[in-house]
Design a protein around this ligand. Structure first.
Ligand SMILES: Cc1cc2nc3c(=O)[nH]c(=O)nc-3n(C[C@H](O)[C@H](O)[C@H](O)COP(=O)(O)O)c2cc1C
Length: 222
């Protein structure tokens, strides 16, 4: 019996034991950024991959001290949970970064991790060839989502990852990146906000498409 294309990729994901790790840089565990990342990971799981969501609030990650030892060898002089996160990233085929917008930028938690993973990039690009993606949201519309996405995507590229977006190959463009907002409406001089980013169907749809695009590219690269 002939297999449908999505059944084939389901089998392919299982067979190759694909793993995608998501990192939540939100200072609020399990909230909106986490929900967007879960939407990405649910699609990966639906296609047979295994996933893990890391909440950065669960990890002790000290500041980079700029000791510059990573300029000579691919290791960090600071002992903390960064090594736990790094092991998970090395083990993954795909990495998704998620950060809410804080002042048109990533959060301090996400930026701190970015700095601390410098040793994975300086003498060799240890994450090179993996598939990466980023998701973000902000309180406002045009609240800095595009800048925040650019920062994370540029970082992933610097680390040698191949970045996918939410473009649906057979249906043109729906949105330009997984960028959510909590702003719902403005009527009678009153601003209203969504209870959850899950009400932002464009953002959740983009997250799902990113999950599918990651699986497809990982399968093609294997
Ligand atoms: C310190 C701080 C800075 C923020 N800066 C912005 C901003 O520049 N633009 C914006 O639209 N929202 C901003 N927000 C709102 C957050 O992006 C928003 O609350 C987001 O949903 C938080 O994600 P979370 O639910 O995962 O915590 C900021 C929030 C905080 C706490």
């Amino acid at each position: 019996m002939a297999c449908r294309i999505d059944e084939i990729s389901l089998l392919a994901g299982r067979e190759k034991n694909m793993k995608v790790v998501a990192i939540n840089g939100s200072h609020r565990r399990g909230k909106n950024t986490s929900k967007m990342l879960r939407a990405v990971l649910a699609e990966v799981e639906a296609k047979g991959g295994t996933t893990e969501l890391l909440e950065l609030t669960d990890y002790e990650i000290k500041y980079c001290t700029s000791c510059n030892k990573c300029l000579r060898a691919p290791k960090c002089s600071i002992q903390d949970d960064t090594s736990v996160v790094a092991e998970k990233l090395l083990d993954a085929d795909g990495i998704v970064l998620g950060s809410p917008v804080y002042w048109h930028n990533v959060t301090a938690l996400m930026k701190n991790l970015m700095d601390r993973l410098r040793w994975m990039h300086m003498t060799e690009n240890m994450l090179a060839g993996k598939v990466g993606a980023a998701v973000t949201l902000a309180g406002l519309r045009n609240g800095g989502q595009e800048i925040c996405l650019s920062i994370m995507e540029r970082y992933l590229k610097s680390q040698g990852l191949i970045v996918v977006d939410d473009r649906k190959q057979d249906a043109g463009i729906l949105t330009a990146g997984a960028a959510g907002t909590l702003l719902a409406d403005y009527q009678d001089k009153q601003v209203s906000f969504r209870k959850s980013v899950e009400e932002d169907q464009l953002a959740i749809g983009a997250c799902k498409q990113i999950g599918r695009n990651m699986v497809d590219l990982i399968n093609r690269l294997k």
